[in-house]
Ligand binder design. Structure first.
Ligand SMILES: Cc1ncc(COP(=O)(O)O)c(C=O)c1O
Length: 416
């Protein structure tokens, strides 16, 4: 970013000055000097999440192709889902007004838990009012001081925060590396342990190598927790996620997923055995001490689950779109990393100035792609993240590809 291009958010985590309730001075100056770049974050969408969206950045409004929302199944604007949410709102009012343990659980919540248990093929499912809270709250409910969580190094922050909260020992293994997992499990022998992975890792779009990792965990007789935030409804013959894709559902202790991606809503759930979930409901503070999901959300979720699983129309459309976009993007010379999914990076390297300038240029030409900067990704792996959905039409994808050719391909691939 101009003369500050060598600085990143990582430089301001430990402030050198000021009290706790004051932003570090260096940070505030840096943000001010780089408004042109930081304004690429937190744009305001002036309508529903769809293949196209009207964005407001500062005073400028623009209609842009949206490749930045995780609306993988396109359900955010599905008429049946919206109508179901509306009906639930009319019937049940605006809020659950209490935690599920004490007063916030309605018939709708019970029905969604039941439907999710059926869908995942498990005895029970529990709902969380946030995906982040659900991942964090599930692990914090299970792990204790003295235990060890053996976690893939690319796992989401909510899972790391859950382990930290529990005070269990946090041990990383190299991403998708069975030998590294084996070493970590050997090093933690004698403790109660849990292996933690994701279905699809959203920064890279690759899948958990369950075929290699699961046998190692089983050899050590250690159970596995999987976060399928980005894979539920997308992967597996019936949309049951990466564990269905690999045919290993019955070998995974707990499956967690969020509602914020394919379900196009908010919240999350953990599915597992009834006995374990009976226990977790009392020991997950994010569950027991936080208001239950609003009824309109739950009504919409029930319909979203039905629409996405009554046949494979949406999943098929999604994968057709993914195949089309990937093939054309690769033929343009774009670096899509290791992705095998509907979410993938366009890696541009370490040029931070280019990352933000191109982001602005794409926005001006009509494409919404967010920059992903260090420390979220390695310093030499700055990128944009593309999310393809079933709602995109060929013309949306073609327009996005033309803009990419005119911007990222021109500057990064062709060097002019
Ligand atoms: C793997 C993973 N888990 C959990 C979350 C948190 O979900 P939410 O955004 O629904 O709070 C995310 C969000 O990006 C995620 O990618």
């Amino acid at each position: 970013m101009s003369t500050d291009a060598e600085q990143s958010l990582a430089d301001f985590f430990f402030p050198e000055d000021n009290g706790v309730l004051q932003a570090p001075e260096a940070f505030s100056h840096w943000v001010e000097r780089n408004r042109w770049a930081t304004s690429m974050f937190e744009p305001a969408m002036l309508g529903a999440v769809g293949p196209e969206v009207e964005l407001k950045r500062g005073d400028i409004h623009r209609r842009v192709i949206n490749l930045s929302s995780y609306n993988y199944m396109g359900l955010a604007t599905h008429p049946e889902v919206i109508e179901a949410g509306r009906q639930a709102l009319l019937e049940y009012g605006t809020g659950a007004c209490g935690s599920p343990l004490l007063s916030g659980k309605m018939g709708l919540h019970v029905e969604l838990e039941k439907k999710l248990a059926e869908f995942t093929g498990r005895e029970d499912a529990m709902l969380f009012n946030s995906g982040f809270g659900g991942g964090m709250g599930s692990l914090a409910a299970l792990l204790r001081k003295g235990d060890a969580a053996v976690v893939d190094e690319k796992c989401h922050l909510c899972l790391l925060d859950g382990v930290k909260l529990s005070k269990a020992k946090l041990v990383f293994f190299r991403h998708n590396d069975p030998e590294s997992l084996d070493e970590a499990l050997k090093a933690t022998e004698g403790r109660r342990r849990l292996v933690v992975v994701e279905g699809v890792y959203s920064m890279d779009g690759d899948m958990a190598a369950l075929d290699k990792l699961l046998p190692v965990a089983e050899q050590h007789k250690v159970g596995m927790f999987i976060d399928e935030a980005h894979s539920i409804l997308c992967f597996g013959e019936n949309g049951r996620g990466v564990i269905e894709h690999f045919g290993v559902a019955d070998r995974i202790g707990l499956q967690f997923a969020t509602f914020s991606k394919s379900f196009a809503s908010c919240g999350g759930y953990t599915a597992g055995s009834k006995r374990l979930l009976d226990y977790m409901r009392f020991y997950s503070n994010a569950y027991g001490f936080s208001c239950a999901l609003p009824p309109a959300t739950v009504g919409g979720l029930l319909k979203a689950l039905e629409v996405a699983t009554r046949d494979d129309t949406l999943r098929k459309k999604l994968w057709q779109n993914v195949g089309y976009f990937r093939e054309r993007a690769l033929s343009l010379g774009l670096n899509l990393g290791e992705s095998v999914s509907q979410v993938f990076p366009i890696i541009i390297g370490s040029d931070r100035q280019a990352l933000y300038e191109l982001c602005r240029e794409m926005n001006e030409k009509g494409l919404f792609l967010a920059p992903v900067d260090y420390p979220s990704v390695p310093e030499d792996g700055l990128r944009y993240r593309v999310a393809i959905t079933a709602a995109h039409g060929r013309e949306d994808l073609d327009r996005a590809l033309n803009i990419l050719e005119d911007t990222v391909v021109r500057r990064i691939v062709r060097g002019n």
